[in-house]
Design a protein. Structure first.
Length: 165
């Protein structure tokens, strides 16, 4: 996909991504395998990303899971950063300028905006999907809705993750 989904194309771009993701994950139920595929898919298909991946809940912190991009922070407490806020509140965090976010953790100083979607199985938090961009204001409301839809597809296609604290 050569344009930024959501910015000009509304949710139409995410309709195609949703169909592609469903096909990619069809026939595989393993959470780790699917999360690795999903991270690679997002990193390849969405313009303007410098990191796409997962942090998995372990007690009261998030531990690095499958991802695409530069080396990342290994552990993030719920009390810090955009990922911690998403885990703590169980709500999506869309941040136009991460440098203005209280408690931001700069795993990559090139990141300027972030979208973090909590992964919930029922009411149980299992982790977060984290997308970073070097572009300030990269993620629109349409991107948030589109990514939340893709997360729902991923969770429906994946078996429950065990040992998530």
């Amino acid at each position: 996909m050569n344009e930024l989904p959501g910015a000009d194309s509304g949710l139409r771009g995410y309709d195609l991504l949703a169909a592609q993701l469903e096909a990619l994950l069809a026939g595989e139920r393993d959470f780790i395998a699917n999360s690795a595929q999903f991270a690679a898919f997002l990193f390849a298909e969405l313009e303007g990303l410098n990191w796409a991946g997962f942090y998995l809940k372990r007690d009261e912190e998030l531990v690095l899971g499958p991802f695409q991009g530069k080396v990342a922070c290994t552990r993030i407490p719920f009390s810090r950063g955009v990922c911690g806020a998403a885990a703590r509140t169980r709500s999506t965090q869309r941040v136009e300028d991460v440098h203005a976010f209280p408690g931001h953790i700069a795993c990559d100083s090139a990141s300027n905006s972030e979208l973090v979607v909590p992964l919930l199985q029922g009411q149980r938090l299992i982790g977060v999907l984290d997308l970073d961009s070097p572009l300030v204001g990269r993620f629109s409301a349409a991107d948030q809705a589109g990514i939340e839809r893709l997360v729902a597809i991923f969770l429906a296609a994946s078996d429950r993750l065990e040992k998530s604290g």
